[in-house]
Design a protein around this ligand. Structure first.
Ligand code: 4NP
Length: 154
């Protein structure tokens, strides 16, 4: 059965598009059939492309994310997606608050899927420098690998 995964951060222009890209690559590598998307809890960047520093780190790692556009999480996402994966604890709290009664999605933190990193956040790189985006890429890649293995049942 095709599974669906939504990655959620605050702006949907830095961390969650990178998580989406890293997870897409990992799913392809494992031959997983999954629907993948990302969204933000905030409204500021709706319709915007990823932050140029996020696009740059993705490009440095061989992935193009420049075509993505930010959107906000909706109540329907909780019915549509099997997994909604938050990038930090604040995102997770916001998601729990907005979850509709008939929402079926399983909520988690991305790094919950990494041994030894349960409960950890993928830090917000927005006010940081280029080097923070390298840490973001490394974190989302680790999380994506763990999540993909879990969904694949390996
Ligand atoms: P993201 O990063 O949640 O990883 O997309 C941010 C993007 C924008 C803002 C904060 C974080 N902002 O305050 O506009």
């Amino acid at each position: 059965m095709v599974k669906s995964v939504l990655f959620v951060c605050l702006g949907n222009i830095c961390r969650s598009p990178l998580a989406e890209a890293a997870f897409s690559r990992e799913a392809r590598r494992l031959g997983l059939d999954v629907d993948i998307d990302s969204a933000g809890t905030g409204t500021w960047h709706i319709g915007h492309p990823p932050d140029s520093r996020a696009s740059a780190v993705a490009a440095r790692n061989g992935v193009d994310i420049a075509h993505l556009r930010a959107r906000q999480v909706t109540a329907d996402d909780f019915r549509r997606f099997d997994y909604i994966v938050a990038l930090d604890a604040e995102n997770l709290t916001d998601l729990r608050r907005m979850r509709p009664a008939d929402g079926k999605a399983e909520l988690s933190l991305l790094l919950d899927h990494v041994e030894g990193r349960v409960g950890q956040a993928v830090a917000d790189p927005y006010y940081g420098g280029e080097e923070h985006f390298d840490v973001t890429w490394s974190d989302v890649t680790e999380g994506a690998k763990g999540l993909a293995r879990r969904i694949a049942g390996r």
